[in-house]
Design a protein around this ligand. Structure first.
Ligand code: TMP
Length: 253
């Protein structure tokens, strides 16, 4: 089948196509899941549909509280229209509770509350396994300057406060998450926007009462069915119908 649009970039979980107007792109959510720098791979039916909806939900919420982001509108089950940005080559991670790599690095039990939200950066480079980098490297290598980093921290903490509250309201604890940030130019001014996606692929989400994991750790650690976990998140947020019998058919395609 001939592609409808010119492919601009293919990532592990999403593909970007040329958009209908200059300065826009179409972001297509695949069902592919990877972990541990793509050493572990699977296709998980329905994941792309859920993440398209969930990212729409979070980005729209951010727009409504005045946090700039790339989202324009959802086009269909798997695609959304976004602003074209120049991605800052960093994964910006915010942690509220210890889990994952910080637990390993510092010997902290998973779930330990952190003294304050911690913002850290990984250099986006699959060949190197996205290594953790200090601000010193980021500035020295010119990936971002000090002003950008100040803006990025402010953006990341606003996203953290927003997401923490949204998840709290539905009985989910936001352990940590990752965002990516992009640049757009408006005349002579450069602005930083939240880009990429916000979904259970890039957050750690624990049920507040049971501690059950409702994020990509289900796949990373073989804890069960990932689509079921993401469907539960979507159901609680009212992003999908509450009747699960209606959910499965909508996930096909
Ligand atoms: P980490 O504990 O493995 O450093 O991950 C912290 C958070 O960032 C976790 O919610 C998963 C997310 N993350 C990504 O979304 N993509 C990545 O490539 C990595 C390493 C982490």
């Amino acid at each position: 089948m001939a592609p409808r649009r010119k492919k601009i970039y293919e990532g592990k979980a999403k593909t970007l196509y040329e958009g209908p107007e200059p300065g826009t792109l179409v972001q297509y959510f695949k069902d592919d899941a990877t972990a541990f720098n793509a050493q572990k791979k699977a296709t998980i039916e329905g994941k792309g549909v859920l993440n398209n909806r969930l990212s729409e939900y979070f980005m729209t919420g951010l727009t409504n509280i005045g946090v700039p982001n790339h989202f324009i509108k959802r086009l269909n089950m798997r695609e959304q229209l976004i602003r074209q940005v120049e991605i800052v080559p960093l994964e910006v991670i915010v942690r509220n509770f210890a889990a994952g790599s910080i637990s390993k690095r510092l010997g902290l039990e998973e779930g330990t509350p952190l003294p304050r939200p911690i913002v850290e950066y990984s250099y986006k480079n699959d060949d190197l396994g996205d290594p953790l980098v200090p601000e010193e490297y980021i500035i020295a290598f010119g990936w971002a300057n000090q002003q950008d980093l100040d803006d990025i921290v402010a953006l990341a903490l606003r996203v953290n406060d927003f997401l923490t509250g949204v998840f709290y309201a539905v009985g989910i604890k936001l352990i940590d998450f990752k965002i990516e940030v992009g640049r757009v130019w408006e005349g002579d001014f450069m602005r930083l926007l939240v880009a990429d996606e916000i979904s259970p692929d890039s957050c750690r989400l624990w049920d507040m009462k049971t501690g059950e994991k409702l994020d990509k750790d289900v796949f990373r650690r073989d804890l069960g069915n990932l689509t079921d976990a993401y469907t539960e998140v979507a159901r609680r947020l009212g992003v999908l119908p509450t009747n699960t019998a209606q959910i499965k058919p909508t996930l096909i395609n």
